[in-house]
Ligand binder design. Sequence first.
Ligand code: SF4
Ligand code: MSK
Length: 626
Amino acid sequence: MGKRDLSEYSICKDAQAMIAKAREDGVETVWDRLREQEPHCGFCELGLSCRNCIMGPCRIDPFGNGPQRGVCGADADVVVARNFGRMVAAGAAAHSDHGRDLIETLLAVGEGTTADYGIRDEAKLRRIAEEVGLAVAGKDAKAVALELAEQFFNDFGCRRGSISFIDRVPAKRRALWEKVGITPRGIDRDVVEMLHRTHMGVDNDAVNICLHAARLSLADGWGGSMIATEVSDILFGTPTPRTSKVNLGVLKADQVNILVHGHSPIVSEMILAAVHAPALLAKAKAAGAQGINLAGLCCTGNELLMRQGIPMAGNHLMTELALVTGAVEVVVVDYQCIMPSLVTVAGCYHSRIVTTSPKAKFTGATHIEFDVHNARQKAVEVVELAIERFKVRDAGRVEIPVEPVEVMTGFSNEAVLAALGGTAAPLIEAIKAGKIRGAVGIVGCNNPKVKQDYQNSNLIRECIKRDLLVLVTGCVTVSAGKQGLLMPAAADLAGPGLSEVCKALGIPPVLHVGSCVDNSRILQLCGMLATALGVDISDLPVAAAAPEWYSEKAATIGLYAVASGIFTVLGLAPPILGSKVVTDLAVSGLEGVVGASFAVEGDPVKAAELIDARIRVKRTALGLTP
Ligand code: SF4
Ligand code: MSK
């Protein structure tokens, strides 16, 4: 680790303390490896390198001095568009494959082949089944679950024309997508078609590739991700408001500490069930622990936080640092955003990384494979392993650096509507009156290229100051929570109108709406608001931002937000700047196609100004005070 001041890496005290401890313990972290990678390859940063076939790899010279075409003849625009298209396809595949795993579980429940999972929200099961056109009268929950699972499986291949939730999209938006030719058809179909189009010698028109990227991103946002959210609610309960705690202070020095990391609730919900088993608690006590403490990392942590109020230890850049506390027995993971380095960091302490999915094995980790038929038993094995590791914990190496901060969570759309008295009308009135000037979804990751949580939390502060209600998901949740922004008291930091509304309802000005796939809740809410007002989503005073994004999934989320009509500010540029055609399309051309575009701005104050300007324009067009 370099000798930079610790505050240059992160604004968080727990991160700073653990980076210092990592230095003392000789543990390499993500920041060390970033420094070794710098300077990054300029061709790759600009999206100008291609290795789609073995006539290459090829690079296009951005200065015009060297080659302007790959061996096949592809120019900068085609190379950049193909790379970006594949990036978006990978992100959509990740979210949507996660969604498919939820359907597999719903199917097993419907078939009666699992005793480990069940339906926790039968009313939602029936409501969703009816919404997508299934007859539910006279059928028991299992029968409905079976039919709904089969219906959702069809959305992946989908030969019927479009995905199940297409009717959630306002009529004006659906008509626009039809006109432009980007109505999502099937999730797998649209992802696979991008791989086809970007094979050498298929789609060689940059704009055409980008429009298909938009279509496949919509298949994720209104398809795979939305299915993941809704089926998770059906299986594990629809979130309702509750409080919990966040930061590394949620670890307990006198208890067995187990962290869940990844994205799917299928594994983490079973671990939660196991840690409450009296027999395992007795074993933990016999091992000298006062109890078994479960906390979350990243999005599977968000899933447990939203539904069960389980505390969050940290976001993306805290995952290595959680292990550096020396207090973690086991990190049990499913998939996505799990740095391979965790196995090495765990090896510097007594900790174990437990992998659970056949599609996400890590060399050097302990693999305990979960499926719908054995999950409860496997969760018991994980907890038993953690108890064994507690016995060999070195108390002299334990440092839990901070006290936890309280957060309020659980703002599903159902919960928001319930808090408003059952309809969105009070929210619409507050928007019309200018008390809430608009809403901003601030989502996404951490990235070691920027100071951890600085952009995330400061953009939130700047937005609520301007009477903009903020909705957070993913790793931004922890950024907000650590700063106290997820508590009703944060209304004091908001502008007068937002503050008044939040105080009247007893809610924070920043609502936690879930994990990465739960960005679909934001889409659905925008769809409901637009339909209620008889306008398109692009007419609403709303915006989105991903200030510290790193992942392919975040690129997909950003694109489906824009393609749904939501202006989106990215804190870091995607690798498209090597193409004028693709860059112009992203930052302006899309405006004329889908009514929204991207901006790139890393300064949170300037990003808030861009968002504010956008919301002024939209409010004025609706005849409201800006
Ligand atoms: Fe080079 Fe074209 Fe092959 Fe890409 S597809 S590696 S640009 S020859
Ligand atoms: S976990 S995609 S680092 S938000 Fe969803 Fe966090 Fe980004 Fe992963």
